[in-house]
Design a protein around this ligand. Structure first.
Ligand code: 6R9
Length: 665
């Protein structure tokens, strides 16, 4: 791959933004962390574990690798996750600090101090226990982004019960499969939520999921959220408000083993049925808390932290619920979409709650970019001081927009003009990690790293990542290959629920002793890591490896393009051919009729003739999962002239029809 012209193209991105002196002065994490971790990796993690977590009984062993790849971390330590997220902050005198600001989509609000959230979780724990839930039992959670989602997760953790959160957008079938796989005995749900001002039901999917007999569920606990009429199964269904607030507010958290299961979270594999990724308690909390503090430069006394991810995804587990609360921070939780009641909603929330740390996905940034900067420019975003991204590679254009338009905003503008700018915009931290890794693995330290637009750059302290070739040999700087993780890490998955063989096969068989992440990556001339997308998204055109990400990035760099998705379609001569789907900025007629041809030439010029798409299709929408990932598989079907395959996990299932329609027309 060394002489690959297209992989080399990313090295044309040479901008770097060092931290400002004032940011460095007040930062919680400095370069000594890398130093310390390099000297003694396990000693480093032991120190961080004791700093971040209150252990009921201390551990003596940091890592047990005697049964690899089934690693154990802090194995003989005992702790309670909910105690760490709640009670200990109250005991330390922070009971009055706001733990959660909640804003519903219709504009209703609620807030919980640490003392109030602790009480709410104790009551929920007592209520769950009265329904027969105990340590080791599984609880399925099918809730919108409301405080009860966080309360439910922590109440399970408090009891040692294992939660399995299923994203509210999944179908009844998907929910049933997950309930069955985990053998859940309780389902916690809501009557519904709000989506774009309309009530959106949830409970009917639970009813449908449980219709066929043979399941393990005894009770369904239902939060009243939108108060729409709901079918009711007597004896099985219970209202949250009739059970939880009545429960005792006294509950003493029991310590559990560090390796006690904390949760299962299903994620899709490359093929076949979803994998139940298992996380346990001690190591997971240590690494998520430590990275949340370091990557976002968290000052829990003063920061207001907002992660826009849904609790149905790993980001919502690690960086909405567990790490922020374990760190005693103030968290904003927002129920709705970006554009309700209008496209300024997110920026209105930042202004209203004086959000200082914002963590979101590139797809959201590109959407905001598409809507135009006049929208965020009209708000005062001066409170923002750290900006994070996660979920997919971020193209340099979106990164720069995030920095300039959001991170440099120093007050609202008027008359459609931007307001004052900051001399030192908020640093951007691009965080690479996975459901399987539990917490951040590759990310800048904002007070140390000179950040580069589009790169996650360096492994976090104590983590050893590498980029290797087919044979597992590390590639040199300027070369591309497969991303691997060399050493076990505290928040690593402990397995796939009920399927140890699949765990070994999926992650540990490609390169024996190293974890195979499934992502392509490149080291630049400084040795910094650039993620290139899933290896299943890497195309091979005439023997050249081309990254979908790189071509998408080039397309989005053209002034006409708002969003782009690229796939490799089978081609008789070249093996695969590059086929691009783009959404244009503005309205119909803004661009010349031969815009597709112009875009082909643009990519050819930008990256090299080899990368020039064979076809560029202008489409109204791109098929995305509910977590915002583009489903290239479906586009590949279209590009290869087949009917699109299973599109049931799309956020909007009509998108493929719209695309087919456009291509016919
Ligand atoms: C946290 C999360 C994991 C996959 C991962 C990779 C992609 C995540 C990224 C990124 C480039 C980043 N990914 N973060 N790619 N840069 N900063 O998203 O978990 O839903 O399991 O997805 O997402 O391809 O392998 P998950």
């Amino acid at each position: 791959m060394a002489e690959n012209p297209t992989l080399d193209n990313l090295s044309s991105e040479h901008r770097a933004f060092p931290p400002s002196p004032e940011f460095v002065k007040n930062a919680v994490a400095d370069a000594s962390l890398y130093q310390r971790a390099a000297e003694d990796r396990l000693g480093y993690w032991a120190e961080r574990a004791r700093e971040a977590i209150t252990w009921h009984s201390d551990f003596t062993e940091v890592l047990d690798d005697s049964n690899a790849p089934f690693y154990r971390w802090f194995g003989d330590g005992k702790l309670n996750a909910a105690y760490n997220a709640l009670d200990r902050h109250v005991e330390a005198g922070h009971g009055d600090r706001t733990a959660l600001h909640f804003e519903g989509e219709p504009g209703d609000t609620a807030s919980y101090t640490y003392a109030e959230l602790t009480t709410a979780v104790k009551q929920a724990a007592n209520a769950f226990a009265s329904l027969g839930v105990g340590a080791g039992d599984r609880v399925a959670v099918y809730l919108p982004m409301i405080p009860e989602a966080v309360i439910t997760m922590l109440a399970c953790a408090r009891l040692g019960a294992v939660h399995s959160v299923v994203f509210g957008g999944f179908s009844a079938d998907a929910l049933r499969n997950r309930i069955d796989d985990a053998e859940a005995k309780l389902v916690v749900t809501a009557d519904g939520t709000w989506r774009r001002t309309k009530p959106s039901p949830l409970k009917p999917a639970v009813d449908a999921a449980l219709e066929a007999p043979g399941h393990t569920v005894d009770n369904v606990l239902v939060v009243r959220r939108n108060a729409e009429p709901t079918a009711w199964v007597e004896g099985r269904d219970l209202w949250w408000h009739e059970v939880v607030p009545q429960a005792s507010a006294e509950h003493t958290a029991q310590p559990f083993d560090s390796e006690h299961p904390l949760f299962i979270l299903y994620t899709s594999g490359t093929t076949g049925r979803p994998k139940g990724i298992l996380h346990t308690t001690g190591g997971y909390l240590v690494q998520t808390a430590v990275t949340h503090r370091d990557t976002f430069d968290l000052h829990p006394e003063t920061d207001v932290y907002w992660c826009t991810a849904d609790v149905g995804w790993i980001t919502g587990h690690s960086y909405v619920t567990y790490a922020p609360l374990v760190n005693g921070s103030t968290v904003l939780l927002y129920e709705g979409t970006m554009d309700t009641p209008d496209r300024g909603r997110w920026w209105d929330l930042v202004q209203k709650y004086k959000v200082s740390i914002m963590y979101t996905a590139p797809t959201a940034i590109r959407t905001a970019m598409k809507w135009g900067r006049e929208i965020p420019d009209a708000y005062d975003l001066s409170s923002l001081r750290v900006l994070g991204t996660v979920g997919e590679p971020i193209n340099p254009e979106a990164w720069m927009w995030y920095r300039e338009v959001i991170g440099a905003n120093n007050g609202a503008g008027t008359d459609g003009k931007p307001g004052p700018r900051k001399e030192h915009p908020a640093p951007i931290v691009d965080t690479w990690w996975q459901t399987e890794t539990g917490g951040h693995m590759i990310a800048p330290l904002p007070a140390v790293t000179a950040t580069k637009p589009g790169s996650a750059q360096v492994a976090v302290p104590g983590i050893s990542t590498d980029v290797v070739d087919e044979m597992g040999t590390p590639v040199g700087n300027g070369e591309g290959g497969y991303l691997v993780i060399r050493d076990p890490w505290p928040s690593m998955l402990r397995g796939i629920w009920g399927d140890p063989e699949r765990f070994k096969e999926t992650y540990w068989s490609r390169f024996e002793t190293m974890y195979f992440a499934g992502d392509g990556a490149k080291k630049d001339e400084d040795g910094d890591i650039w993620l290139l997308g899933r290896v299943d998204d890497v195309m091979n055109v005439s023997g050249h490896r081309l990254s979908t990400t790189e071509i998408e990035s080039s397309l989005v760099g053209h002034e006409a393009v708002a969003e782009a998705a690229v796939v490799g379609a089978k081609d008789e001569t070249t093996g695969e051919a590059v086929v691009a789907f783009v959404i244009l900025r503005g309205v119909d007629g803004d661009w010349p009729a031969d815009i597709s041809e112009q875009l082909r030439l643009h990519v050819g010029k930008d990256i090299g003739p080899i990368a020039k798409p064979k076809a560029v299709f202008v489409v109204p929408e791109l098929p995305k999962t509910r977590s915002g990932k583009i489903m290239r598989r479906l586009l590949k079907d279209v590009a290869e002239g087949r009917a699109a395959g299973d599109s049931s996990t799309l956020a909007d299932t009509t998108v493929m029809d719209q695309i087919a329609e456009t291509m016919r027309g």
